[in-house]
Design a protein around this ligand. Structure first.
Ligand SMILES: C[S@@+](CC[C@H](N)C(=O)[O-])C[C@H]1O[C@@H](n2cnc3c(N)ncnc32)[C@H](O)[C@@H]1O
Length: 451
């Protein structure tokens, strides 16, 4: 197969990023934007030794699930919502199938993955927006999204997954920057001030945090900006400057300077209130998070006597959700600010049986259980995308809790880790919950039992 050749192919499956998959003489071709069941004419755009990429030239036979009038102008270039061309209910089926395929290939236990729990209204669900600031053709500041696989900013207009007020605020700041000639950061030269505008929203409380990510410590006309923002957007409860002078893809730097309010906001999940700081992790879709945590609670069948370890606990949300149903919670989290929030969140919610520790789970877990003589009955793990490291898997196997509640934002690493654990744990079911509608990201929860 060679670049620039044309083929007509049947799409036999959808891949992890939602792309269509075809076989040409048994050679795999990935075709972004194609859907299982379709026949498409493609142009080969890249060939490697083991697979190729094709670009759709023409859709010859359309899938019933194809959306004809896509409600976003920039979705193709942005790449964020890489399933926006597929009807929502079908995206839920695709997500289930992806997890099922991974399970079938990698686990000894044959289990049926449950149907993905979707959203009634899968729009504007994100409570955190991170807009890169760039320049348009006229050299004026714009906010938007990075074009797929690049750092060119595409101006965003009515993003369908972001909170609507976030976008208005970010645009206001951008307009302010234009009027007041505030410079925009340029990755190539490392010069210019404004890098990102990050907005966090408490969905239940309507409290908003504005974070201005800047390349030095001060902003021209800062007081005026604060005055205008709070006058125009009364839900803004705090404004923070975040200093990031590094040449890096990481959006937030370590230093925060509060220029309005307390530096944090609150939100509610179920009956609990949570304090959220600029640097701490908070699930981006609170509606689905509540569903996820309720499944965790239901499946964990807690009796009130358990010692529970909450690994990768963030601001303590899940442990606090479970605290009243167990004897004691211990949480570990790498971000110190998040641990401070977790401790305060306990006080806010009248939880007295939870203790939190800042550190890397890989290094801290063993030391902590030894020092505090912890014998956990239940371990909750909610790791980042890379999943559990080998040391943590070994430590968990040594601790042998009766149940492990595994919450995962990456089914590939979830299934990999389950395959390490299934020797001594019984995996009964995996429940995908759609935290990230119209994107190919998949959140899953499973509760596994010591055999
Ligand atoms: C997917 S979030 C889950 C947070 C929390 N359980 C929740 O539901 O909001 C993963 C968390 O793991 C933390 N983290 C990442 N690597 C870690 C590590 N090696 N040790 C401890 N925590 C880590 C991150 O800071 C983040 O708060």
């Amino acid at each position: 197969m060679e670049k620039n050749e044309e083929y007509i192919v049947d799409i036999i499956d959808n891949g992890y990023d939602g792309e269509g998959i075809a076989k040409i003489d048994n050679f795999t071709v990935f075709i972004p934007g194609a859907i299982k069941g379709e026949t498409v004419k493609i142009l080969i755009v890249k060939v490697t030794t083991s697979y190729a990429f094709g670009k759709i030239q023409e859709i010859i036979k359309e899938a019933d699930s194809r959306v004809m009038n896509i409600d976003c102008d920039t979705y193709k270039r942005c790449g964020g919502c890489n399933l926006r061309h597929i009807k929502y209910n079908e995206t839920l089926k695709i997500k289930k199938e992806i997890v099922q395929n991974l399970v079938d290939k990698n686990l000894k236990t044959k289990i049926e993955v449950k149907n993905t729990i979707g959203m009634e209204n899968p729009y504007h669900y994100r409570n955190k927006a991170q807009y890169p600031v760039g320049l348009n053709k006229n050299g004026e500041p714009i906010i938007g999204v990075f074009a797929n696989r690049t750092h060119n900013v595409i101006e965003s207009n009515e993003c369908k997954i972001q909170n609507e007020e976030s976008e208005k605020i970010a645009k206001y700041i951008c307009e302010f920057a234009k009027k007041n000639k505030i410079s925009v950061y340029d990755e190539k030269t490392g010069k210019g001030l404004l890098r990102h505008i990050v907005i966090k929203v408490g969905e239940k409380t309507n409290e908003i945090m504005c974070i201005l990510v800047i390349n030095e410590k001060s902003i021209l006309c800062e007081k005026q900006l604060v005055k205008e923002l709070i006058a125009n957007f009364p839900n803004i409860k705090t404004i923070v400057k975040n200093v990031n002078t590094q040449n890096t893809n990481v959006i937030l730097g370590k230093e925060n300077i509060i220029i309005y309010g307390s530096g944090y906001i609150y939100d509610k999940l179920g009956d609990y209130t949570f304090k959220i700081s600029p640097l701490s992790f908070y699930q981006i879709n609170p509606t689905q998070t509540e569903k996820l945590y309720n499944i965790a609670l239901e499946k964990a069948e807690l009796t009130g006597k358990e010692i529970l370890l909450d690994l990768y606990c963030g601001i303590g949300t899940i442990g606090i959700f479970m605290a009243k149903k167990v004897k004691q919670v211990y949480g570990i989290e790498i971000v110190e600010d998040a641990i401070c929030d977790a401790e305060e969140n306990c006080k806010l919610n009248g939880i007295t049986n939870a203790k939190y520790y800042a550190g890397d789970t890989e290094k801290l877990l063993e030391k902590l259980v030894e020092k505090e003589k912890i014998e956990p009955d239940v371990i909750v793990v909610d790791p980042p995308r890379k999943g559990l490291d080998k040391t943590t898997v070994q430590n968990i196997k040594k601790l042998k809790p009766k149940k492990i509640i595994y919450i995962s934002c990456n089914p590939a690493t979830l299934v990999r880790d389950l395959s390490y654990l299934e020797e001594i744990y019984e995996v009964k079911e995996i429940q995908p919950v759609d935290m990230f509608p119209f994107t190919s990201h998949i959140e899953c929860i499973t509760v596994i039992h010591l055999k």
